[in-house]
Structure formats: C-alpha cells, structure tokens
Ligand binder design. Structure first.
Ligand code: ATP
Ligand code: LTN
Length: 331
C-alpha cells in the first residue's frame, strides 16, 4: 500500500527481443491493474547485466522495452514506467537486503542453477544475488501484487521470506507481496523444444515467436513447431508440443480447452498450426504498429523515463529512509 492505494510492481529485463511468452505470461496482464492499483512497471537493466550484454544493444533494448510496454497498452499517465538504474534506491536496498538473505536460500534458486549451467564461464556474484535485487525492486514500493509468469514464483517466495524476516527482526516495515500468476499464459514453451520455457535469450530464433515478428515469420514458425505423434488436436498429458500450441491459442482467443478441441475436431495439426499463426499475427499486428510509432520518438520515450524515475524515486525514498532508520544508520 502507498497511502490508501494498493500497489502492483513488475519488471522485464531488456536482455533480448520480447517473446509471446513475455507478452502472454506477463505484459498483456499489466494494463488491467491500472484502474484499481498504483502500478509500477520497470525495465530492469541492472538485472540484465548479470549475463554479458553488448552495451549498444542493451541501450537500444531499454528504449524498446519501454516502447513495448506502451504499445501493449500501458498508459504512462496511469502507470509509473521507468528504468531500474535511474532509481539508485534499488541498488541501495538490494545491498541491505543481501545482509538478510541466506547463502543457502540463494543456492536453491532454480534460475541461478539454470543460468549458471548456461553461462558456465561467467558465474558472477550478481547472478547469485539477482533475487535479492528483485526483492528490493518489489519491497521498495510496498507492493501488494506482482504479476509474473510461473517461472518467477520461487523468487517471489524468497522476497516474501526476506520481508517477513526483516519485519520480525525490527517491526512491520515491508508489505509482504503476493504473486499474481495468470492461469492461461503462465508458461509458454519453446516451439522447437516444448519441454523448455520459451525464452528471449534462446539462440534458436525458430524456438521463439517475438512480439515484433512479421506475419510471414510468425506463420512459418508455427508451421514448423514441433508436434507429437498423432494428428488429433487434443490436450493430453505427454503431448507437450500440441499442449503448448493449445495453450497459446487459448490465451490469444480466450477460448477454453474444450472449445479449442471442438473447433478442430476432424482437422489435422496443419490446419491448427495455421490457425495459431493467424490469430497470433492478428493479435500482435496493432502492437507492432504502435511500437514502431513510439520507438521512433526517442525524445518522447526519454520524457516518459524521466517522469517515471522521478515518481518512482519519490515513492522509493520513503521506504529506504524507513529501512535505514531501523537498521541504525545515521540519516
Ligand atoms: P531471459 O531469457 O533473458 O531469462 P525471459 O524471457 O525469461 O528472459 P524476463 O525478462 O526474465 O524474460 O521475464 C519477464 C516476464 O515474462 C516475467 O514475468 C516472466 O515470468 C515472464 N515470462 C518469461 N518467459 C515466459 C514464458 N515462456 N511463459 C510465460 N511467462 C514468461
Ligand atoms: N526476475 C524477473 C524480472 C524482474 C521482476 C522484478 C519481475 C526483476 N525484478 C520485480 C517482477 C518484479 C525475471 O527474470 N523474469
């Protein structure tokens, strides 16, 4: 809560081109909160440097992620849209919370284990303490609700533990946040390897549909998607490929599994893949157009970032001062 308003916070890393996993699992759900909640949506560039980035690309993607937030319906008048590194309070609180986070807890994080396996030559301390920075992002704003994909549930649990630990050691300081995991888009899988999460840093572009892909590309990727033996469009355990496509189609159309199965009774995988591609391309077309318009106007994006950083800094300062006083810092 900030004042008498409940708070929503979420973040996306500018670590690659955004995918329909990011869209369906997270960003698509963000706009709905802004009537009822005080919403903060952050481009988490400090999280992105836990793996090596090319500086010019990181800068370009930071602008692009902000433009995509807006193209997906986030109005900067109704939401605080900002860049993490513009608000130093995130790094400050992260340090303090590091001292209230246990080595064992961080060692159990599956994203750390996955990413250290993927980047074995660069298992840096930032990658290890990434979840503490994420906890700082959330706790700084006295966040009630955090909309994320299910892959982030474990990090949210850790943020809750840190908040409770601090509150118990001192006195109530942080709101203990709840995750908000949209049922339908919670985990979109890779199109070429449907047991793995669709991820924007996947080196195989055929595994991933990017929000900004052209229609032809989207149709081609769906047509080539790995499906299982058989030909019936049926949601069945063990049929990971077809289940993933049904989930994507459901999410895009708002239909139930039964409705999707009925719609494609007697039709084969080919027809279904084409339908998936069509509906995906149609849904994303307006986002792509709006993105192109916004991303061309750097001055406007900078004005949004600046105002966002000012609003966020003001809200963050209140929590940070409170924490410093409780810790015994001279403020
Ligand atoms: P990276 O590949 O760089 O780790 P990512 O694609 O996992 O990135 P993030 O920036 O870490 O993307 O995530 C932004 C949001 O998108 C998070 O809320 C995350 O849960 C959600 N998300 C990411 N991938 C998927 C997916 N495949 N299905 C559903 N939600 C997803
Ligand atoms: N860790 C998240 C991105 C992220 C985030 C956050 C999400 C950083 N800070 C705060 C929600 C709230 C990820 O890897 N998807």
């Amino acid at each position: 809560m900030l004042g008498d308003q409940k708070v929503v916070f979420s973040g996306v890393q500018p670590s690659g081109n955004l995918t329909i996993g990011n869209y369906l699992g997270a960003i698509k759900n963000f706009a709905a909160f802004s009537e009822e909640y005080r919403c903060f949506y952050c481009v988490v560039d400090m999280h992105a440097i836990t793996v090596r980035q090319v500086p010019a690309e990181l800068r370009r993607r930071t602008y692009e992620t902000l433009a995509l937030y807006m193209a997906c319906g986030l109005d900067p008048e109704k939401n605080t849209l900002f860049v993490q590194s513009h608000v130093p309070a995130h790094a400050e609180l992260a340090w303090m919370l590091n001292c209230y986070t246990m080595f064992g807890e961080l060692s159990r994080m599956t994203q750390f284990k996955d990413k250290s396996a993927k980047h074995a030559d660069n298992i840096n301390a930032g990658l290890f303490t990434y979840p503490t920075l994420m906890a700082a992002d959330i706790l700084l704003y006295q966040t009630d609700l955090v909309p994320v994909g299910i892959d982030q549930k474990q990090h949210l649990e850790l943020a809750r533990n840190i908040a409770n630990r601090f509150n118990q050691a001192y006195s109530p300081t942080f709101v203990v946040p709840e995750p908000y995991i949209a049922q339908s888009g919670m985990k979109i899988m890779s199109l070429t390897e449907p047991t793995a999460k669709m991820s924007k840093s996947d080196p195989n572009p055929n595994a991933v549909v990017y929000i900004l892909d052209e229609k032809d590309t989207i149709l081609r990727k769906f047509r080539r998607a790995v499906t299982d033996s058989g030909s019936e469009v049926k949601y069945e355990e063990g049929k990971d490929g077809i289940c993933n496509l049904i989930s994507i189609y459901r999410c895009l159309t708002g239909k139930s599994i039964e409705e999707v199965e009925r719609e494609f009774t007697g039709k084969g995988y080919g027809d279904f893949k084409n339908a998936c591609g069509e509906v995906c391309a149609d849904t994303l077309a307006p986002v792509r157009e709006e993105f192109a318009r916004l991303n061309a106007d750097k001055a406007y994006l900078e004005s949004v970032m600046k105002k966002g950083a000012e609003d966020a800094s003001r809200a963050a300062a209140r929590t940070l001062t409170k924490v410093k006083k409780k810790l015994g810092f001279v403020v």
